[in-house]
Ligand binder design. Structure first.
Ligand SMILES: C[S@@+](CC[C@H](N)C(=O)[O-])C[C@H]1O[C@@H](n2cnc3c(N)ncnc32)[C@H](O)[C@@H]1O
Length: 191
């Protein structure tokens, strides 16, 4: 069991993320999608239900395999891997979704990671997810996550046609119930 179990317990039966639902409306092709940091696979299931012929779900937590067993869908390929070990071919995906998942790559090499993801999108492919802002409550020493200012976040997406970019800043909680200040950039971009 990983540290994510409390989070997963809270994300077993929620609806798919509204941002992804919107992003899918921009997809012209639905051959193959990548769900990064896929967690409980709710977004992967939504993509399959939306007509994607294949979904690759990647997460470093082995729990993802149990969620995949429950889905039991041969169109789903599950990879238990850290982002850092991903092998991505250029121009491969019609959609990449990374729902609250990208910042966990960490700050080192984050820009190159995003560039690699964008290069693995087909022309017309859709990239969606969240980046964490510099005023996020986790942006403290010792948290090995990637944070951006609004200008840095926009710069990471500069090679895409950005259809949606929304800054959200609020006091809230995390899965454990602990208080947290959230500063998040939600985006949908098209290559
Ligand atoms: C906040 S959860 C988001 C899960 C899901 N996308 C959602 O929206 O509910 C972040 C996920 O990223 C995964 N993760 C964190 N660091 C990772 C890494 N370096 N490589 C792959 N997956 C990672 C975690 O295991 C976790 O499932």
């Amino acid at each position: 069991m990983t540290d994510w179990q409390t989070y997963y317990n809270q994300h077993l039966s929620r609806p798919p993320r509204p941002l992804l639902v919107k992003a899918v409306s921009f997809c012209k092709n639905k051959d193959i999608a990548l769900d990064l940091g896929a967690g409980t696979l709710i977004e992967s299931k939504f993509l399959l239900d939306s007509g994607f012929k294949k979904v690759v779900a990647l997460d470093s937590s082995p729990e993802i395999e149990n969620f995949a067993k429950q889905l039991n869908d041969e169109r789903l390929e599950v990879l238990v891997n850290p982002y850092q070990d991903m092998v991505l071919s250029p121009e491969s995906f019609d959609l990449i979704t990374a729902s609250y998942a990208l910042p966990f790559y960490g700050p080192k090499g984050f820009k190159e990671f995003i560039e690699k993801l964008i290069s693995s999108l087909k022309s017309g492919g859709v990239f969606t997810g969240q980046l964490f802002g510099n005023r996020d409550g986790w942006n403290i020493n010792g948290k090995n996550l990637a944070f951006q200012t609004i200008d840095e976040a926009k710069d990471l997406l500069k090679d895409l046609k950005v259809e949606l970019f929304k800054e959200e800043e609020k006091d809230g909680t995390v899965a454990s119930g602990e208080a947290k200040h959230w500063h998040v950039f939600h985006f949908v971009g098209i290559k």
